[in-house]
Ligand binder design. Structure first.
Ligand code: F6R
Length: 369
């Protein structure tokens, strides 16, 4: 079933253009507007809600964090992202005006299921984003938007993540359409950007060998840090999680702005640091601040691997390695920037002789609380 691939994970990483394209299919009309048929009949709900709470665990929660930026930008509804298990036992503020969006690849994660049930008991409307038809979480929810990543076999989530992020973009644009918080033109522009992503993911995948070589050079490294800002922040968390899960090495993701509030003390000569560099086309200020973070860590001897868009020359004098991603609208960049971090983790684990599909101590679906 792996086809010619060395692992399910390698196969699933390569399937990401399709995971995104299939999740978009039939949800962007010929008029270029976003319309998710599964959400028909919920217009009144979307007009009436006053906030959104996203509940999820692990990688799905990082997808949720990306979704927060997009949904807030497009709908102006406040969005909170909570880990399901923290949400469930914290006496959360939820009522009939709260839309609780759960995200789960398996649809069976007990922590998330309990959060959904709890939210429903409190009168909240529940919507799930799920990759498994007919799973328990969608059955317990008022509505479901399926991701169409196809079955994910490798324990570490890759194609499900990009499909979850895609579904959140679609949800955000759908709600913006219903609420009138974006013009039709703004929606069609964003929808076109999203439709262009699968091909761009293909361009990032084409750099597999360069990233693999980097991982093989670094196979005896004992700690890797990841920095990102705004939508790049959840990607830094996701990159670190993949490395922990697969390569069993210490890895930590930080919001780049936090660097001077503590983590910079960790920087010593040779410390590898991945930096997800935001596009200067989004915010010049944010871009400049991240470039200055790179200078600061480089001055202390860090080995910098920058993930930056094509043409961003500001990073060149300071980065040891630059992995390029094609230009995309800044909110959509996570779908591109995450790819090199997945390849890096998989290849570093392979270089250490580890089983990338079945990491130790982990199960594909966590059905106990
Ligand atoms: C990471 C990973 C886990 C899952 C998490 C949620 O690679 O696979 O962090 O993302 O256990 O699982 P689902 O999405 O099935 O609820």
């Amino acid at each position: 079933e792996k086809g010619g691939w060395s692992s399910f994970m390698a196969k699933e990483i390569s399937e990401q253009p399709d995971a995104v394209a299939n999740t978009i299919r039939a949800r962007i009309g010929d008029d270029g507007l976003v319309h998710v048929p599964e959400l028909d009949g919920l217009d009144e709900l979307f007009r009436g809600v006053s906030r959104v709470v996203i509940v999820a665990c692990g990688t799905a929660s990082y997808a949720g964090m990306v979704g927060k930026y997009a949904i807030e930008a497009w709908t102006r509804l406040p969005v909170e992202v909570a880990l399901s298990h923290e949400f469930r036992y914290s006496d959360p503020v939820v009522d009939a005006s709260t839309l609780v969006v759960s995200i789960s690849q398996s649809g069976e994660t007990m922590d998330t299921l309990m959060a959904v049930k709890y939210a429903a008991e409190r009168g909240a409307k529940t919507l799930s984003i799920c990759n498994t038809q007919g799973a328990t979480i969608p059955r317990e929810s008022d509505a479901v938007v399926y991701t169409h990543a196809g079955p994910e076999v490798a324990v570490a989530s890759t194609k499900a993540f990009v499909a979850q992020v895609t579904a959140l973009y679609l949800l955000g644009l759908h709600i913006a359409n219903v609420r009138g918080s974006l013009t039709s033109e703004q929606i069609t522009e964003n929808a076109a950007e999203l439709q262009a992503i699968p091909e761009k993911i293909g361009e990032v995948l084409a750099q597999h060998d360069e990233v693999a070589q980097l991982a093989h050079w670094m196979s005896d490294t004992r700690s890797v840090l990841f920095l990102g800002r705004n939508v790049g922040y959840p990607i830094s968390l996701e990159g670190a999680l993949k490395l922990k899960e697969l390569a069993y090495i210490h890895a930590e993701g930080f919001a780049a702005g936090e660097l001077k509030h503590g983590p910079i003390a960790l920087i010593e000569p040779g410390q590898p640091v991945f930096v997800v560099v935001p596009s200067p086309r989004g915010s010049q200020t944010m871009h400049a601040k991240v470039v200055s973070n790179i200078q600061e860590i480089r001055a202390r001897g860090a080995r910098v691997i920058a993930i930056a868009e094509e043409g961003d020359v500001a990073v060149l004098p300071y980065a040891d390695t630059v992995v390029r991603v094609p230009l995309a609208a800044p909110l959509f960049e996570p779908l591109l920037c995450v790819i090199p971090t997945q390849i890096f983790a998989m290849e570093l684990a392979s270089a250490k002789g580890l089983d990338v599909d079945q990491p130790r101590n982990l199960a594909k679906s966590v059905t106990v609380e």
